[in-house]
Design a protein around this ligand. Structure first.
Ligand SMILES: Cc1cc2nc3c(=O)[nH]c(=O)nc-3n(C[C@H](O)[C@H](O)[C@H](O)COP(=O)(O)O)c2cc1C
Length: 241
């Protein structure tokens, strides 16, 4: 099983940075591991005209039209082409990121915006169960500052499953089987809550142990259940309910 870890965090010595490294170690017995470290590699998350050297239309920018043309003409931006190559290579994709404002950080959202190329990696018929990455598995590993007992539907911290819905549904849209996430609560970064090395390392070690254990079963895990083509009428409306 070849694994790609997509790390989205601006600080390499953060909980998320270390968790990405321990995930790489935990996955290495099963096959090669590659890391996309979005901040270190300077990934530009903002889709826009500057990414298209030979645009279809110079007076009005359409992301969908430019992506499709760049894919067809083999003129995708180098960073996007590199990320696609890594995704094509991998059997298993782990997204490692902190929850920021009840969602994924903007950098990771921008990675979806740019890397999942319209007209190339998805079309009206090539999505969900017919998605480009069908046969591959993906999973989110996230940290939240709020404690576990308030991270529930209706609780003060909010429902982590709701926070991950758009990320996981987009992975499903692209054809991935999406495994249940690894969610770490009460993680507040070094220099904030964990002001000394000892408490930071103790907390990190428990999170790393949990992640390694979780990753040891990814080859057998049951994916999350999402609605798919069989659940919709020809206009995409749900058949039941
Ligand atoms: C911009 C920003 C927004 C955040 N929003 C949330 C949030 O919505 N819910 C939450 O529980 N924690 C939130 N946090 C706390 C982070 O999730 C927490 O600091 C992080 O998981 C710690 O891991 P790290 O040391 O790898 O950064 C936020 C932190 C930042 C910087």
């Amino acid at each position: 099983m070849k694994s790609l870890i997509v790390l989205c965090h601006p600080e390499r010595t953060s909980f998320n940075g270390y968790l990405a490294d321990s995930a790489a170690e935990a996955l290495s017995p099963y096959g090669e591991v590659c890391m996309s470290d979005l901040y270190t590699e300077g990934f530009d998350p903002a889709e826009g005209p500057s990414h298209f050297a030979t645009p279809l239309n110079t007076s009005r920018f359409s992301a969908l039209a430019e992506q499709r043309a760049a894919y067809q003409n083999n003129t995708l931006p180098a960073d996007v082409a590199r990320e696609i190559e890594r995704l094509e290579w991998a059997d298993f994709v782990l997204l490692q990121f902190p929850i920021w404002w009840h969602s994924a950080p903007a950098m990771l959202k921008g990675w979806f915006d740019r890397v999942f190329v319209s007209g190339g990696l998805y079309t009206s018929s090539m999505r969900y169960g017919n998605g480009y990455f069908r046969g591959k598995t993906a999973m989110c590993s996230v940290t939240l500052g709020a404690p576990a007992d308030v991270c529930v539907p209706g609780g003060r911290g909010g429902d982590p499953d709701a926070m991950l819905w758009s990320t996981q549904y987009s992975l499903h849209y692209m054809g991935f089987a999406v495994l249940p996430p690894y969610i770490c609560t009460a993680v507040q970064g070094e220099g904030y809550r964990y002001t000394d090395d000892e408490s930071f390392v103790a907390r990190l070690t428990s999170l790393e142990t949990g992640l390694a254990q979780r990753l040891s079963s990814v080859r057998e895990d049951t994916p999350l259940s999402f609605a798919d083509w069989d659940d919709w009428d020809s206009d995409g409306r749900p058949l039941s309910g």
